[in-house]
Write a protein that binds this ligand. Sequence first.
Ligand SMILES: NC(=O)c1ccc[n+]([C@@H]2O[C@H](COP(=O)([O-])OP(=O)(O)OC[C@H]3O[C@@H](n4cnc5c(N)ncnc54)[C@H](O)[C@@H]3O)[C@@H](O)[C@H]2O)c1
Ligand SMILES: Nc1nc(=O)c(N)c(NC[C@H](O)[C@H](O)[C@H](O)COP(=O)(O)O)[nH]1
Length: 271
Amino acid sequence: MSEVLSFSESEARFLETYLPIEKKDASKLPFVTLTFATSLDSSLALAPGVRTQLSGAQSKAMTHYLRSRHDAILIGVGTAIADDPGLNCRIDGVGGYGSDGLDGQPRPIIIDPSARWTFNEQSRIFTFAKEGRGRAPYIFTTNSSPPAESVELLQKYGGKYIPLKVDPTDVEHRRLDWKALLERLWQEGHHSVMVEGGASIINSLLEPQNQALIDSVIITIAPRWLGQGGVVVSPKRRTDQSGAVIPASLLQQVRWHQLGEDVVLCGTISP
Ligand SMILES: NC(=O)c1ccc[n+]([C@@H]2O[C@H](COP(=O)([O-])OP(=O)(O)OC[C@H]3O[C@@H](n4cnc5c(N)ncnc54)[C@H](O)[C@@H]3O)[C@@H](O)[C@H]2O)c1
Ligand SMILES: Nc1nc(=O)c(N)c(NC[C@H](O)[C@H](O)[C@H](O)COP(=O)(O)O)[nH]1
């Protein structure tokens, strides 16, 4: 069997107030957790397209625990291409890892506006789906005719393409409409989603008009600098009414917790 991770309920206690709750409002939007691993210079990877392990063993297990606590896990196509990710939960006891069925396995969601991600049965995500250790992805795209063999493979394992709604004020750049996307996830029965990256997805979600959609932030900080040329999280600047530059975003209800050599920062976005 491939790797099996463990993360106990007692280790997870510090996360509890940041984990998804069923929302009481009528928004019909999933609970959104923004989560990623970063270096000290805010890099997610050494260079675009380069898979870079930042999390240590314990914080990696924490990320997989978080996956088990969400209905869906979302990445951009840049990450799908760079990482060939599994996007399943490999925690002991979760569906496919000690128990039957797919309980605790999140639905992978991939944002791929032009359907440029090519995949086959050997792609890791399908390997896990085939073995009953993960789900096939839902791919959001504006491409109305993705390759037939991709459509077929998705169908075979219970995945699909879903039309991606773009921001009506910026159709030219095919900027996704986050609210419409989240509404669609809710309609699909996904009431919590963990946004894992990469950098351009995170920077987009942190734009002023989108950040109110984020319910919780859980960031792993690894004790190293990756250096210039990395894939950096640094959202657009904001200005106040007078035109002065102000911080792009602030966290409140902040908590720091050490896991191995990494530190995990939890918080909520300040309105
Ligand atoms: N350290 C971590 O936690 C972590 C997490 C995820 C990815 N990564 C790394 O990050 C790198 C990938 O990051 P990236 O920024 O290049 O790619 P990405 O995964 O953010 O995907 C970028 C693509 O997503 C789409 N996209 C993003 N924002 C959009 C928007 N607002 N509207 C419409 N489409 C949008 C576009 O097609 C864009 O090309 C990889 O090297 C990967 O290994 C690291
Ligand atoms: N928490 C975290 N620490 C890291 O050091 C790192 N590189 C990622 N990256 C997130 C990204 O979404 C990757 O694609 C998946 O971590 C790969 O997922 P799998 O393990 O294959 O399921 N995430």
